[in-house]
Design a protein around this ligand. Structure first.
Ligand code: AMP
Length: 384
């Protein structure tokens, strides 16, 4: 496992349940994954001799973040299969390459233009119209590396503010809701999908996810069909999440699902699969990376997940949220707490999540949001 965060930790838990041992390579030995790894190599992703030794000692390599440097992935690939492969990584690391590749696969994406100079940005803003979203082509996550252009006169400010680096300008999509589909594909091409899962964000960070999404059967089937096209088109072996903008019924062109971006790994929106499905996204990652076909996901009913950010923790070293409040709901409320073992809480930092399983998606959202509110009644929210 390349990467030491919570996705790595939940992968290791699933790997242990199947009898595998996991060697983690990440700079921080005491991170969420390092704490539960069977072996840990604490080096930087640029330390190629150490990466070669690591890859030579394992049966297969996967990762839990998409910004794995190309040289690191190549060094691993010389010794063991890297899943999902280098082509998928390359596509997911660059938003321009991602959008062009999706278009070539016939997958619907919103209007966009690559920009590598201020003059190109001004021309693109004139062509696409405003509002529009300027995003760095590489390296962004959780809304970092993005600026909204409300008018073409914002171009110079946004360009300077993002550091004059290669970018993509995207037309602002007037979406009805955001949804994601998490898929797992085996070496033999067998593919299973979770969702669509409906997602709401707060300060550009995922806040609450819920399944089922509430979209019509036809719209949900379109998202799953697009996901399968991407899994086959990129020959993904492993887990990949497709994030979509779901448009209203009167959207121009009739398209109801536009792909926003790809994450070639389990996704935060898929954390509810740990409690709401017989087989989680992490178990599927273990299975497919180790050469097994994915298992049927076995959905068990509606569920919602709420992220627990560092904002919920008292400031300074004043302890933790009041976990004992989680027992205070009605006996019907089925709540599950997951913590990632991070020593330091910071505003915006993902510290854990709560999942509620319920009779309806609305009840699941209610249960999980009410439980979270009880943990720290005066939640501080980072300014937008
Ligand atoms: P991303 O990092 O591309 O997932 O963007 C983070 C969030 O910003 C998305 O989940 C959307 O809520 C919003 N966003 C990004 N791109 C667009 C767009 N082209 N139109 C409207 N909202 C967007």
């Amino acid at each position: 496992m390349l990467g030491g965060g919570q996705l790595g930790r939940m992968f290791i838990d699933a790997a242990h349940a199947l009898g595998y041992r996991v060697h983690v390579l990440s700079p921080d030995a005491d991170g969420p994954a390092g704490q539960v790894a069977d072996l840990h190599t604490a080096v930087d992703y640029g330390d190629l001799p150490a990466i070669e030794r690591f890859a030579a000692s394992v049966a297969a390599v996967t990762y839990e973040f998409e910004n794995v440097p190309a040289a690191c992935a190549a060094a691993c690939a010389a010794h063991a299969p890297v899943r999902p492969g280098q082509r998928v990584l390359e596509v997911a690391q660059n938003r321009v390459c991602e959008k062009n590749t999706l278009r070539k696969l016939g997958v619907p994406v919103g209007p966009f233009a690559p920009v590598s100079t201020l003059a190109e940005l001004k021309a693109a803003a004139a062509e696409l119209g405003c509002p529009a979203v300027l995003k760095t082509a590489g390296g962004g996550y959780d809304g970092k590396g993005q600026r909204v252009l409300r008018s073409p006169v914002d171009a110079t400010y946004a360009w300077e503010d993002l550091g004059r680096v290669p970018c993509i300008l995207e037309a602002f999509v007037d979406f009805e809701q955001e949804v994601s589909v998490v898929a797992a594909r085996g070496v033999d091409g067998t593919t299973v999908c979770y969702g669509p899962i409906a997602n709401t964000h707060r300060n550009h960070i995922l806040d609450v996810s819920v399944v089922p999404s509430g979209a019509s059967r036809e719209v949900e089937d379109a998202a799953v069909g697009i996901t399968r096209t991407i899994m086959d088109g990129l020959d993904v072996v492993g887990v990949l999440c497709v994030e979509f903008f779901q448009l209203g019924p009167n959207a121009p062109g009739g398209e109801r699902m536009l792909v926003n971006e790809l994450a070639p790994r389990p996704h935060n929106s898929g954390h509810l699969t740990l409690d709401a499905y017989g087989v989680s996204q992490f178990a599927q990652q273990v299975r497919t990376v180790c050469g097994m076909p994915p298992a049927p996901p076995a959905p068990q009913g509606p569920a919602a997940m709420a992220n627990l950010l560092g904002d919920l923790w008292p400031e300074g070293d004043a302890g933790e949220p009041v976990w004992s409040t989680l027992g205070g709901q009605s006996p019907d409320t089925d709540l599950r707490l997951h913590l990632y073992g991070k020593a330091q809480a910071r505003p915006g930092r993902k510290m854990g999540h709560l999942t509620a399983c319920a009779r309806t998606p609305h009840e699941a959202i209610r249960d999980v949001v009410e439980a979270r509110a009880q943990l720290a009644p005066a939640t501080r929210v980072a300014p937008d």
